[in-house]
Design a protein around this ligand. Structure first.
Ligand SMILES: [Zn+2]
Length: 153
C-alpha cells in the first residue's frame, strides 16, 4: 500500500479493503471516508463492523498522511467510549497494511468484532489479532475495549 497524498487517497482502495476480494475493494471515497467526513453532522456507522473498519482506516491514514492526522485523531477520539478513551491519543508512524475481519456479532446495544490488522516494522509484516467490544450509546456505536489474541505465527 502506498498512500502519499490525500488526493490519491480518495480514489485508492480503502485501507480497510486492501485485503478483500477484488469485488469488495471499494475506494476510500465510497467506504470509510463517508464516516470520517460525517463527523460533526451526526452521521455515524449503523453497524459496529463499519465503525471497526472506519477506525482501522483512521489509524492507517492518520499514521501515513500527516495532513490527515488531526481529523483521524478526532474521529478516533469521538468513536471511543468515554470510560476507556485515552487522554491524548497519539498516532505514530506505523505503516498499517491491511485488515481482515475474522468474525463479528451484534445485539441491539453491544457488539464484538474480531480482526487481524497487518502492519510493517523494519520491512517485515507483523499481525495483531484483537477482539474489540463495542457499545451503542445514544444511538452511536463506540469502541470500548480490545483484547489481544495470541496466535502462532
Ligand atoms: Zn473502509
Amino acid at each position: 500500500m502506498k498512500l502519499n497524498l490525500p488526493t490519491d487517497l480518495y480514489h485508492s482502495v480503502c485501507p480497510c479493503r486492501i485485503r478483500e476480494s477484488k469485488d469488495d475493494q471499494k475506494s476510500y471515497s465510497k467506504c470509510c471516508q463517508i464516516w470520517h467526513d460525517g463527523l460533526g453532522v451526526n452521521h455515524f456507522p449503523a453497524h459496529a463492523l463499519n465503525l471497526m473498519r472506519s477506525r482501522y482506516s483512521a489509524f492507517a491514514i492518520g499514521s501515513q498522511i500527516l495532513e490527515q492526522r488531526p481529523l483521524m485523531k478526532h474521529y478516533l477520539e469521538n468513536t471511543w467510549h468515554a470510560s476507556t478513551r485515552p487522554q491524548d491519543l497519539m498516532l505514530d508512524d506505523t505503516v498499517w497494511t491491511g485488515l481482515r475481519i475474522i468474525q463479528h456479532n451484534s445485539s441491539v446495544l453491544k457488539a464484538m468484532v474480531e480482526f487481524v490488522a497487518y502492519y510493517k516494522i523494519n520491512g517485515r509484516t507483523e499481525r495483531l489479532q484483537e477482539k474489540s467490544q463495542f457499545e451503542k450509546i445514544n444511538g452511536q456505536w463506540q469502541y470500548v475495549v480490545g483484547t489481544y489474541i495470541e496466535t502462532q505465527s
